[in-house]
Ligand binder design. Structure first.
Ligand SMILES: [Zn+2]
Ligand SMILES: [Zn+2]
Length: 239
């Protein structure tokens, strides 16, 4: 009955692909097959640790110079694709345009990225990178939280939206070097329910990662609270 209702709704109000504007041919998704498969995803030449993409084809495992000079506090991070063109546009629509319905489409990329790079059965809990409460009030929703919830459902893992909190807004970091960034972010996050984190393998979720310093700061708080392993996944990478 529900299915019938859904297809009736689809017939009356076709889901239009946010990229090409044509009605979507993917069941229960907004992005059409053509556009979905045209998005450029990272496949190889990635730093083992932080997932940074190296130009040129590198077939062997490597660790990038950034991770070598200052090893990140998370154990491993990956992003599904580059923060450009369609992916950037989709993230903007989700983040600033109120297009919360895009979360299931975008979770497809996250799900693919997690299953390609992590033994997902080992994940105990999925956590979003939290927004500061003041920012959350202003924006009304946390896009990372929408993505994390959807991803947790797909992976059949526990979703935890409240153990990790942001206690400090941080100033923009573009002019900081790696050490200054870490210092600036230190103490920006805190774990209020350590018993839900202790000895667990945690998967952090965010929409965009750039240098990885936000994941790093979250990992600092999570490890301090007793998390065993901290993995991180973002939809897109800005660097
Ligand atoms: Zn399309
Ligand atoms: Zn690296």
């Amino acid at each position: 009955m529900f299915k019938l209702f859904k297809s009736l709704l689809d017939a009356l109000f076709p889901r239009l692909c946010p990229i090409c504007g044509k009605p979507s041919d993917r069941p229960e998704r907004t992005i059409c097959w053509d556009c979905f498969s045209s998005i450029d995803l990272y496949r190889e030449s990635l730093c083992e640790r932080c997932g940074r993409f190296a130009e040129g084809e590198i077939k062997h495992a490597f660790t990038c110079s950034v991770c070598l000079s200052m090893p990140p506090l998370f154990d491993k991070a990956r992003a599904a694709g580059r923060f450009s063109f369609e992916l950037r546009d989709l993230v903007h629509q989700l983040k600033y345009g109120g297009a919360t319905w895009l979360a299931s489409d975008l979770a497809d990329f996250l799900e693919g990225c997690v299953t390609a790079h992590f033994p997902s059965k080992k994940i105990d809990v999925v956590l979003p990178v939290p927004l500061h409460p003041l920012r959350l009030r202003e924006r009304t929703y946390n896009q990372a939280s929408l993505l994390a919830e959807e991803l947790a459902k797909r992976l059949d893992r526990r979703f935890d939206n409240c153990s990790l909190i942001r206690i400090r807004q941080t100033e923009t970091q573009t002019h900081f070097n790696a050490k200054e960034r870490r210092k600036n972010m230190n103490g920006a996050f805190s774990v209020i329910r350590p018993e839900w984190i202790q000895k667990r393998t945690v998967l952090l979720v965010d929409d965009v990662m750039t240098t990885g310093s936000t994941f790093d700061a979250c990992a600092y708080a999570l490890k301090k609270a007793g998390a065993r392993t901290v993995w991180a996944v973002a939809l897109a990478r800005g660097q």
